[in-house]
Design a binder for this molecule. Structure first.
Ligand SMILES: [Zn+2]
Length: 253
């Protein structure tokens, strides 16, 4: 999702594998998730948030990892304090190590596989809720972006309803956020490789310009319409970072 380098291993890392993909969870992941979901009047609610964030970030990164595997690249997943990261490993060819570069089209598929595995999870959960007789409402973000909200389940009690509701809204909302064409979100990668295909010479610069503009627009929308200072600051920072990259690399916008 959003970090640029892999945090070094610690002795408190949780390590396990899913379908042969090594996964490492940095201790700060739990701390930040706990703070994010913190609710002083219901600590159980906080732990449900932590579980939902863990599952959501893992599903997102597994999407990237399975897409890498489809193109013959092994990868490993790190969950850290700013989300998750899927890192492809070098591939051995007859004893010599080489990095196998993906084509732009393959890079786009790998980038989209993260958000879309979250959408898939949300769709399966919504299907399960509907089939089992639960109810779903739709909130319209900014009047045109549908955000499904699970309001009740016929079984499992309040806590299961809360877990499913958080999983659905987090996977839809974060998936959409990740598709905004801003570096280093997945949407920024999609924009880079898409623009490179149309314009091999100047595509990267155009994707950085797009990142500045899109990041700035989302920062303003978040501040004035969503009233989210955190989201506004995050996108403002990412836009500024893209602007700096443009200046450093090209000496102009
Ligand atoms: Zn991603």
């Amino acid at each position: 999702m959003i970090l640029f380098q892999v945090p070094p291993p610690t002795r408190y890392d949780l390590r396990f594998t899913i379908a042969g993909i090594p996964i490492r969870v940095h201790p700060l992941f739990w701390v930040i998730s706990f703070l994010f979901g913190f609710s002083s009047n219901n600590i159980l609610y906080t732990f449900i948030w932590v579980l939902a964030i863990f599952v959501s970030v893992l599903v997102h990164e597994l999407g990237h990892a399975f897409a890498f595997r489809r193109y013959g690249l092994r990868s490993s997943i790190v969950l850290h304090f700013m989300g998750g990261l899927t890192v492809p490993e070098s591939v051995s060819w007859g004893g010599t190590w080489a990095n196998v570069a993906l084509s732009p089209r393959e890079e786009i598929v790998v980038s989209l596989a993260g958000p879309f595995s979250g959408f898939l999870l949300a769709t399966l959960l919504i299907g399960g809720v509907i089939v089992s007789g639960g109810s779903i409402a739709v909130n319209w973000l900014l009047g045109f972006i549908p955000l499904p909200a699970v309001t009740s389940l016929p079984f499992g009690g309040v806590m299961l309803t809360v877990l499913v509701a958080i999983l659905v809204s987090v996977n839809v909302f974060w998936g959409l956020i990740n598709l905004v064409p801003v570096y280093p979100l997945d949407g920024g990668n999609v924009a880079r490789y898409a623009l490179m295909q149309y314009d091999p010479y100047d595509g990267v610069r155009k994707s950085l310009q797009l990142s500045v503009i899109a990041g700035g627009i989302v920062a303003l929308v978040a501040l004035f319409f969503l009233k989210s200072i955190y989201m506004s600051f995050l996108f403002g920072f990412l836009a500024f970072q893209s602007y700096q990259t443009l200046q450093n690399r090209y000496g102009r916008f």
